[in-house]
Ligand binder design. Structure first.
Ligand code: LUZ
Ligand code: MOS
Length: 765
């Protein structure tokens, strides 16, 4: 089945917040943002802005009728500052005017004075000063202290991985409408309508039932709208409530770049010990998460880093510690992978270092240490249906890994200025929200008497085609044509208390709930059919292909007729399904439990060519064996893998947050912040589904797919590193992602005197 949005997308018919027809009297909101990174607000003069023709209001913290608080997990984030700003471009006031242009002009007239305070942008500096967003946590397995003695080889090192811009095509957006009796209706571009509802209610000091949040779809989110869309929902709602006028807040691309949080940059120190057979015996790592100025989702992201610091490997003895460091940057937030890429990169870096020092192929150490069935993770969960080695061996065989390496070596022996590198990456990603109580979903299914079906769930369609999957689940469970089914917008009045659409779990949780609701309806319809067919027991009845069957034989009763019979019988044709992932628990006091329903496995083989004169490179191919379980929609799932791979390659190669030492982002557009485009994305991408069983914990056996394949992008980094070492095997081993073209060039010639002579090619900050 095709993505139900593809045709309307191509025709430009799909609607986003900014496509909602503008209602008469609508006002436009624009933030006035801090020109300093950290400081006390000494004075704030709004009068020139307020007096401008066309300006309806300029609002600050003092205008908030309820509580000025939007922290979701940790209550440490205000909507508008009350005296101090903590990051550059933090919104200080909201200017609301007849047009967006007028609002911007008015915002430029605001005068503010600050007493500047010291700025911290580096997580290690924050750690030294004791500035944390949440308590430090450590996961331990075995006894690393005594295991060092069994190690023949011990290596230590450090590394870094930068953050990443989400670059959703649709920027942050909200449109609020005043309704009768003080009620508010809000169209919000959010992954978490219920969180927006909750925080709008808190900011306005009204109950949640006075706020209806509706989300039709998002033009991408990637985690950037899990928590951060709340700010813009609250801004639009605040102005709407104070003025009782429709208010629209849609960020410009540059405002979105400058104001919103990104993927967390991390730094890390590792120590890895191997025995004579290259088995990893001990691993210790300390990771410093750059959280920005407020917690946002940092504590949850820290947790996923802890859960994924072992990558796809069995670590018998390990200590893994993450510090969540508070810095003067925008609050960093969820981003596809959610801390797992950072944790995994530290271990892959440690393995790379060991391989280089020992003069062995990195892939040898990787393969020897892969997880096998029943192995424990550091947090106590044991692997089940572990496909790590199966994926690896399938990739090795299918893609002829040894031949690819040999071809690269041959190329390298014949070419002195261009070098090829090949790397392999094993994937293991845990599926479920790490916070157990978020693992629940709900679905409301209405059967209408004309045979059509309407479904609402808590899931957000953001381009990942989750609505198509929900529709497939319903069509399959009711055994009717997909054409009869319509998936509605996500709305807090129809579905309450929904979890964000995140953690790759949207289809599992909301598809699970849809299946529960549909199964209840099928049971009821069978009872109706049993009454209509004299002397028939419901257990003998089956609904199949829109027809009632008795003992396997077709009857005359078709779907529409059955619904009419049910209605005549006054049977309820609506159901509300609730699904909660079974068996999950986690004990934080011991840091042990079973946090994940299952794991997704896979293996990527990646080849690159580096131009050692220019420092540029191309990804020649990325070939993947991926464990989908039994996919319910392979086209959609392969699309998710391909998108994730391009995005992951971006993080590890060309995407770089350029922040200067006073916390200023030096870019605010796509000409300075590069993402993989059609020219730099690899053209040779193969995604081969692993020959695998349906996973009983996944929706209809089809494993979650949104985030896991993001981690394959890491292989591009290690392939580039391998190619660079073919040119200069003395190059300093700086394990620092992304490996940008500039960095490739300066690293290739480190120590040659050239970099010193011509100056390093640092961007101008
Ligand atoms: N969001 C969240 C996530 O709140 N909890 C998670 O565990 C998670 N994992 C991945 C992506 N988003
Ligand atoms: Mo997420 S990173 O919002 O699944």
């Amino acid at each position: 089945m095709k993505n139900i949005d593809s045709i309307p997308h191509v025709r430009g018919e799909t609607q986003y917040v900014d496509d909602i027809p503008v209602r008469e009297g609508t006002l436009f909101a624009v933030p006035f943002c801090s020109p300093v990174t950290h400081g006390k607000i000494v004075s704030l003069n709004l009068s020139a802005a307020k007096e401008m023709e066309g300006v309806a209001g300029v609002f600050t913290a003092a205008d908030i009728p309820g509580e000025n608080q939007i922290g979701n997990i940790i209550r440490d984030e205000i909507l508008l500052p009350e005296g101090e700003v903590h990051f550059r471009n933090q919104p200080i006031a909201l200017v609301v005017a007849r047009t967006e242009t007028l609002a911007r002009k008015a915002a430029a007239k605001i005068k503010a004075e600050f007493e500047e305070l010291p700025v911290i942008v580096e997580p290690r500096v924050a750690k030294e000063k004791g500035h944390f967003l949440c308590p430090t946590r450590t996961f331990s397995i075995g006894d690393a202290e005594s295991a060092w003695e069994q190690c023949k080889h011990i290596f230590e090192g450090s590394g870094k991985i930068d953050g990443q811009e989400h670059i959703y095509l649709e920027t942050q957006a909200a449109y609020a409408f005043p309704e009768e009796n003080g009620r508010i209706k809000l169209h919000a571009g959010t992954q978490a309508p219920c969180a927006v509802q909750k925080h709008v209610a808190c900011i306005l000091g009204i109950p949640m039932h006075m706020v209806e949040v509706d989300t039709l779809r998002l033009g991408g989110a990637f985690g950037g709208k899990e928590d951060q869309a709340t700010v813009w929902g609250c801004m639009a709602a605040l102005a709407c409530q104070l003025l009782r006028k429709p208010v629209k807040a849609v960020l410009s691309r540059s405002d979105d770049f400058l104001i919103t949080g990104k993927r967390h940059p991390y730094e890390f120190d590792f120590k890895i010990g191997l025995d004579a057979d290259l088995k990893i015996k001990a691993y210790e790592v300390e990771l410093f998460q750059n959280g920005g100025a407020a917690a946002d989702l940092s504590s949850a992201i820290m947790e996923r880093t802890l859960f994924h610091a072992g990558g796809s490997y069995f670590l018998p003895n390990a200590n893994i510690t993450v510090y969540s460091c508070k810095t003067n940057l925008p609050p960093n937030t969820a981003f596809r992978g959610f801390g797992a890429p950072q944790g995994t990169f530290a271990l892959e870096s440690a393995i790379a270092k060991a391989a280089i020092e020992l003069g062995v192929d990195k892939s040898k150490i990787q393969k020897l240490n892969l997880l096998s069935e029943g192995d424990n993770f550091s947090f106590g969960q044991a692997t089940k249906r572990c496909n790590a080695l199966k994926c690896w061996e399938t990739a090795e065989k299918e893609f002829e890994f040894e031949r690819l390496k040999k071809e690269a070596a041959e190329f390298n022996s014949k070419n002195s200025l261009q070098k090829k590198g090949v790397a392999i990456h094993p994937l293991c990603f845990g599926i479920s929200f790490t916070k157990t109580n978020l693992n629940q979903g709900r679905s409301l299914v209405h059967l209408y008497t004309d045979g059509s079906v309407s479904i609402s769930t808590g899931v957000i369609e953001m381009g990942q085609a989750v609505n198509t999957k929900i529709l497939q689940v319903a069509a399959q469970t009711l055994s009717i044509s997909p054409d009869r089914i319509k998936i509605n917008s996500t709305n807090t009045s129809r579905i309450a208390n929904a979890s964000p659409t995140a953690a790759s779990s949207g289809a599992d949780l909301n598809g699970g709930a849809t299946r529960v609701a549909c199964l209840k309806l099928v049971k009821r319809l069978k009872e109706v059919a049993a009454k209509a067919i004299p002397c028939c027991d419901p257990s003998r009845i089956k609904l199949k292909d829109e027809r009632v069957f008795v003992d396997g034989n077709p009857t005359d009763i078709e779907w529409v007729q059955l619904l009419q019979l049910a209605f005549e019988d006054r049977a309820c044709l609506s159901e509300h399904g609730h699904y909660a992932t079974p068996h999950l628990y986690f004990d934080k006091t011991r840091e042990k439990g079973v946090p994940f329903a299952y794991h997704v496995y896979g293996t990527a083989v990646t080849g690159v060519t580096v131009d050692c004169i220019l420092g540029t490179y191309e990804v020649d191919f990325i070939r993947i064996v991926h464990d989908f379980g039994k996919s319910i929609n392979l086209d959609i799932d392969i699309g998710q893998v391909e998108g994730a791979v391009a995005m992951g390659i971006g993080l590890f190669t060309i995407e770089e947050l350029l922040i200067n030492e006073v916390g200023r982002f030096v870019y605010s557009n796509l000409s300075a912040y590069k993402v993989p485009d059609i020219y730099s994305a690899p053209t040779d991408v193969i995604v081969k589904p692993l020959d695998s069983e349906p996973n009983p914990m996944a929706i209809l056996g089809s494993k979650a797919v949104g985030e896991p394949p993001f981690l394959y992008g890491m292989s591009a980094y290690f392939a580039i590193l391998a190619a660079m070492r073919e040119y200069n095997d003395k190059l300093p081993l700086e394990l620092w992602a992304p490996m940008t073209h500039q960095k490739t060039l300066t690293t290739l010639y480190a120590g040659s005197g050239l970099v010193e002579k011509y100056g390093s090619i640092k961007p101008i900050l």
